[in-house]
Design a protein around this ligand. Structure first.
Ligand code: 13P
Length: 252
């Protein structure tokens, strides 16, 4: 049975004290109410990571980063390596988020290199894909997601691929308040699972967790998660409010 996961992507929010307080509140909640076989991941800014391994103690809860560099170490001023992230006790890293693709020009090839480096260091990768509005309106959304996965992720061996989680995040739904309809989410998730089956076989496809992201909140999470191929969510804005985030986990 594939894992059911809700991951929070804090993006560039929360200073050190605010972030530790939020992490602590989430941890205390799950220390008392275990997430019941589901997994909860909080992906924070780098500044929090070093302090989270002492703070996150509840079983089923873990933490991760939102980006890493593709090189091992060296003269890359301002960058953070996968090995550094791993050394904090973090378990995962988000790669390929549309904000990084668009604002920082991250290409499919760079993402393939980052993914390989993250896996080499024992991190799980939450690999994001998704189309912009014009691509959907031009009926290119399947083609775009196929390209992103084939070039950025399907370069992996099966052994490495099974350590990845995929997040489908239609760019037009991110931070806009407009979610994909449950039918649109299911259609794309089923398509992604078919692509995985084509590349890695049916067994791997059935075991791959595929998250939905884009204006997911407590009020719409249940209908999105009710779809057979939607295995949880990658949550932006709503992951910054403890109650809201925990209610989304409960909806799964
Ligand atoms: P919102 O939930 O704020 O739309 O962001 C989604 C997202 O980008 C998660 O990675």
């Amino acid at each position: 049975m594939r894992k059911k996961i809700v991951a929070g992507n804090w993006k560039m929010n929360m200073d050190l004290n605010e972030g530790l307080a939020l992490a602590e509140a989430i941890n205390s909640h799950y220390a008392v109410n275990p997430p019941d076989g589901k997994e909860v991941i909080i992906c924070t800014p780098f500044i929090h990571l070093g302090m989270l391994s002492k703070l996150i103690t509840a079983s089923g809860v873990s933490f991760g980063a939102q980006n890493c560099n593709d090189h091992r170490s060296g003269a890359y001023t301002g960058e953070i390596s996968a090995a550094m992230i791993k050394s904090t006790g973090a378990g995962s890293v988000i790669l390929g988020h549309s904000e990084r693709r668009t604002l920082y020009g991250e290409t499919d090839e760079l993402l393939a290199a980052k993914t390989a480096e993250a896996l080499r260091n024992g991190l799980r990768v939450i690999f994001c894909c998704g189309e912009v509005l014009a691509e959907r309106e031009g009926n290119n959304h399947f083609g775009v997601v196929r390209r992103q996965l084939e070039k950025g992720l399907f370069t992996l061996t099966t052994e490495d691929f099974v350590k990845c989680i995929i997040a489908y995040e239609p760019v037009w739904a991110i931070g806009t308040g407009v979610t994909a309809s449950p039918a649109q989410a299911q259609e794309m998730h089923a398509f992604i699972r078919q692509l995985i089956e084509g590349r890695y076989g049916g067994e791997v496809a059935a075991e791959t967790t595929i998250l939905y992201g884009g204006s997911c909140k407590a009020s719409n999470a249940a209908e999105l998660f009710a779809n057979p191929d939607v295995d949880g969510g990658l949550i932006g804005g709503a992951s910054l409010i403890k109650e809201e985030f925990c209610n989304i986990v409960s909806a799964l």
